[in-house]
Write a protein that binds this ligand. Structure first.
Ligand code: NAD
Ligand code: LMR
Length: 329
């Protein structure tokens, strides 16, 4: 990577996720210790004053890699020439809501931002959507940016992936680094399917090693699927630092690549792999090399997993149809 600053756009920059995310990006966690970054921060007008305070704090860190910070409320200006775009800004759900309840409230944000990226971002832009409902917001942004190749739009299921890794590590009594080949399939929602049948613990098949289907169905799956709600219940607001961490890790791996022989979960536009209809943005096991990801091919999907994947994909199709009838795509 050259030493010219990479321009990184972040939306929702005065919000709670960004209060962690921006400092991680500026300190080098995203692009490494030799790569300067320029931050382009987008907020709505009433939040610009708070954002000025966040920028003062960024200044006060004297980060060696932070070459410039620009802020604004006009996506066309903020996205001008950006290489990476992390779309976090959206209303979070509160107690009792499902993420899908945010479709209409947040969908409109992503039509405008998709168009602005289309018209102003750099030719190599990579776009990662964290704001919920992340998969369908990514679909909206992608469909409103016809000049950007579709595979440059991803949504975040890395937080679910990380949640699942820790649940397995705790159950197996091993360090989290021993757990590999985790896959989240489908939607970032309560229907997501964390797949233990291809996961490895110290190189052994996790489902065989744990050998406890009651735990898989009664504990592991619901814990991961409903973790977002559990955090809202406990904290009174949705996950923030862990969401920022996952956002950094997804984009870092997309730019810098995945370790040899390993994969991560990324929500990407389906190419029809594993029977997921082409075009919807669904979570798959992915490897990355040279800045391009590939969906891992050839995994055997048993009947149990097939049913779970199909249920989550059906929800994504419903969400796609809902935003189609709202005129958002
Ligand atoms: P927050 O309310 O603290 O911050 C959101 C920020 O977005 C606010 O400052 C708001 O002013 C700003 N915003 C709203 N509309 C905007 C627009 N059009 N352009 C730019 N900024 C805009 O919320 P948060 O806790 O930071 O969460 C942000 C989003 O991320 C929510 O939708 C939340 O549900 C989602 N989230 C996703 C994951 C995931 O794993 N995919 C995890 C956690 C949170
Ligand atoms: C999460 O998974 O923590 C986020 O998507 C926030 C939420 O609404 O659950």
């Amino acid at each position: 990577m050259s030493n010219a600053p990479v321009k990184v756009a972040v939306t929702g920059a005065a919000g709670q996720i960004c209060y962690s995310l921006l400092f991680r990006i500026a300190s080098g966690s995203l692009l490494g210790p030799d790569q300067p970054v320029e931050l382009r921060l987008l907020e709505i007008t009433p939040a610009l004053k708070a954002l000025e305070g966040v920028v003062m704090e960024l200044d006060d860190c004297a980060f060696p890699l932070l070459s410039d910070v620009q802020i604004g409320d006009d996506a066309n200006t903020v996205f001008d020439g950006v290489n990476l775009a992390m779309l976090v800004g959206a209303r979070p759900r509160t107690k009792g809501m499902e993420r899908g309840d945010l479709l209409e409230a947040n969908g409109a944000i992503f039509t405008a931002q998709g168009k602005a990226l289309n018209d102003h971002a750099a030719d190599d832009v990579k776009v990662l959507i964290t704001g919920n409902p992340a998969n369908t917001n990514a679909l909206i942004a992608m469909r409103n940016a016809p000049d950007i190749p579709q595979h440059r739009f991803n949504a975040l299921t890395r937080l679910d992936h990380n949640r699942a890794l820790t649940q397995v590590a705790q159950k197996a009594g091993v360090p989290v680094t021993d757990v590999t080949h985790m896959t989240i399939w489908g939607n970032h929602s309560a229907t997501q399917y964390p797949d233990l049948f291809h996961t490895q613990v110290g190189g052994r098949n996790a489902a065989e090693l744990i050998d406890d289907q009651a735990w898989v169905e009664g504990d592991f799956l619901p814990t991961v699927q409903k973790r977002g709600a559990a955090i809202i219940e406990a904290r009174g607001s949705s996950s923030a630092a862990s969401a920022a961490n996952a956002t950094v890790e997804h984009m870092r791996d997309w730019v810098q690549g995945t370790p040899e022989g390993q994969w991560v979960s990324m929500s990407v536009p389906s190419d029809g792999s594993y029977g997921v209809p082409e075009g919807i943005i669904s979570s798959f096991p992915c490897t990355v090399s040279g800045g391009e990801y590939s969906i891992v091919q050839g995994l055997e999907i048993d009947e149990f997993s097939r049913g779970k994947i199909d249920a989550s994909v059906a929800e994504l199709i419903e969400e796609r149809d809902a935003v189609t009838s709202l005129g958002l795509i």
